[in-house]
Design a protein. Sequence first.
Length: 115
Amino acid sequence: QVQLVESGGGLVQAGGSLRLSCAASRSSFRFNAMGWYRQAPGKQRELVATITRGGNTNLADSVKGRVTISRDNAKNTVDLQINSLKPEDTAVYYCAAHSPVGDYWGQGTQVTVSS
C-alpha cells in the first residue's frame, strides 16, 4: 500500500505564495505521473498540475503562470509552488500518484486564501 502525505497548506492573504509538498511511502519511480488536485466546497475535484516521471508537466489553465510543479524521484516527493494566490484558489489540495495498477491519493491539505 502506498501512502502519500501532504504538507504546507494554510491560511494566506491574496497575492501571497504557498509551497505544498507530498512525500510518497514508496519509490516514486513506479508512478507514471504524480500531481496535485483540488476540491473547493460544493465543487468537483479538479486537476491543478501533474508531472510525469520524465518531467513533462500539465497545468490547469486557471493556474498557468502562477504554479510550478516539481518532482524529486530520489526523494519520492512532488511539490507545488503557487504564487499570486487568489481567493478562488481556496480548496483542499490533494496529492495523487498514478501507476499502471491504480491511483493513490493523499488525505488532503487545506489552503485558504483571504481577500
